[in-house]
Design a protein around this ligand. Structure first.
Ligand code: MRU
Length: 370
């Protein structure tokens, strides 16, 4: 997608072939800075500290991380250690394990001398496939939006089609296009008059900082709202559809996404607002059924709750990034990173293969396996 007229992906192999470039997402929206990851340790740290984040992008970073490990040492022991190190960085998004297994299974049968190059090819293939899957999600989602927009009552036809999204499931969360935001970009480019309500997404504010940044750069009309505003907007007919991404989808269609997604699904259900979840195949965990019981939820630092980062508005430090404390000294914080929305609250899944009910039969109908 575009930053100041230049097309970017979120991750790329540097020309010398021994390091990987990424955009530092901890500094957005205030600073656009790239970083070079030159070792498996650097790749693991980038995932853990959320320099890169979003389920598909974590997966691609993990894949390139294995390449970096094998460039340094192509032995079986190095491969196994790097797999474990990368897989332990973040527990919820299944794309990470999926991508690591794919690279490991590709390179393990090869003589050590051939492994790094094979890992590079596989990581690049995963990245390219992610772009293609996200663009296809965008096309299928565009058709959904066009149908919903056309079905609105005559008095609403002249008004913007109102979409609400939570967290960041845009191009910054993937390699390009995004999952939940891909249909929004496609719709905007197709000339659909639409407006996006962007949940700020406390505690890390991926909506306020990343989704708003992306939409602004692409010229998509949007408004940032506090996480608690969505239900009110739905009650007053100001949301035509909700669309979110997912970090792990069980075979029966339960979806695990950024904390707070479940509450949006409940509000949407209560107000008859369609609730869509956009995902590529790499996000489906066919081994799991009941998402609430079975998906591991990342426990993040309480400091993300008790403090907040932003740009200083005034005074001697104006313009600098700073963290400020929100809570009284001594008040503990609790910070589960994700929650699970049961399939019964999901209107449909929008995948690269088409739109399906959030059911095992629906997913198997699209993918035909398990
Ligand atoms: O903690 P994050 O920022 O990695 O969480 C990201 C999300 O929850 C996204 O919605 C999800 O990864 C789907 S991204 C296409």
């Amino acid at each position: 997608m575009n930053i100041d007229g230049k097309a970017w992906r979120t991750i790329w192999l540097e020309p010398e072939g021994r390091s990987v470039g990424v955009i530092d997402q901890t500094l957005l929206p205030h600073h656009f800075t790239t970083r070079s990851l030159a070792s498996v340790e650097a790749a693991a740290a980038a995932i853990r500290t959320m320099v890169v984040r979003g389920a598909p992008l974590i997966g691609v970073t993990g894949a390139y991380g294995l390449m970096l490990a094998l460039q340094a040492d192509p032995s079986d022991a190095s491969l196994a250690a790097a797999f474990e190190q990368l897989n332990a960085t973040r527990p919820t998004a299944v794309n990470l394990r999926w991508a690591l297994e794919r690279v490991r299974d590709r390179v393990q049968p090869l003589p050590p001398a051939q492994r790094a190059e094979a890992a590079q090819r596989e990581a690049a293939a995963i990245a390219d496939e992610d772009v293609a899957m996200c663009e296809a999600i965008g096309e299928h989602g565009l058709a959904v939006f066009q149908r919903l927009a056309a079905a609105r009552p005559p008095e609403r036809q002249g008004q913007p089609f109102q979409v609400l999204t939570h967290c960041n499931a845009g191009w910054l969360a993937t390699v390009d296009w995004g999952t939940a935001l891909a249909p929004i970009y496609k719709a905007h480019r197709a000339g659909l008059n639409l407006h996006v309500w962007v949940d700020e997404t406390r505690p890390r504010n991926q909506g306020a900082s990343l989704t708003a940044y992306e939409l602004g750069r692409e010229g998509v009309p949007h408004t940032v709202i506090v996480d608690n505003a969505g239900g009110h907007l739905m009650q007053h007919g100001q949301v035509d559809a909700v669309i979110v991404g997912t970090d792990r989808t069980t075979r029966r269609g339960d979806v695990c996404n950024k904390i707070g997604t479940y509450l949006k699904a409940l509000a949407a259900h209560d107000n008859g607002v369609p609730f869509y979840v956009a995902l590529p195949a790499s996000t489906i965990d066919w081994s799991l059924d009941d998402g609430v019981a079975e998906i591991p939820i990342e426990a993040r630092s309480p400091e993300e709750v008790t403090a907040i980062q932003g740009r200083v508005l005034a005074g001697p430090a104006a313009g600098e990034l700073a963290s400020v404390q929100l809570t009284p000294d001594g008040s503990p914080g609790f910070n589960p990173g994700f929650d699970v929305t049961p399939a019964r609250l999901v209107t449909a899944l929008i995948t690269e293969r088409g739109v399906s009910p959030a059911t095992e039969a629906g997913l198997r109908g699209l993918y035909g396996h398990g």
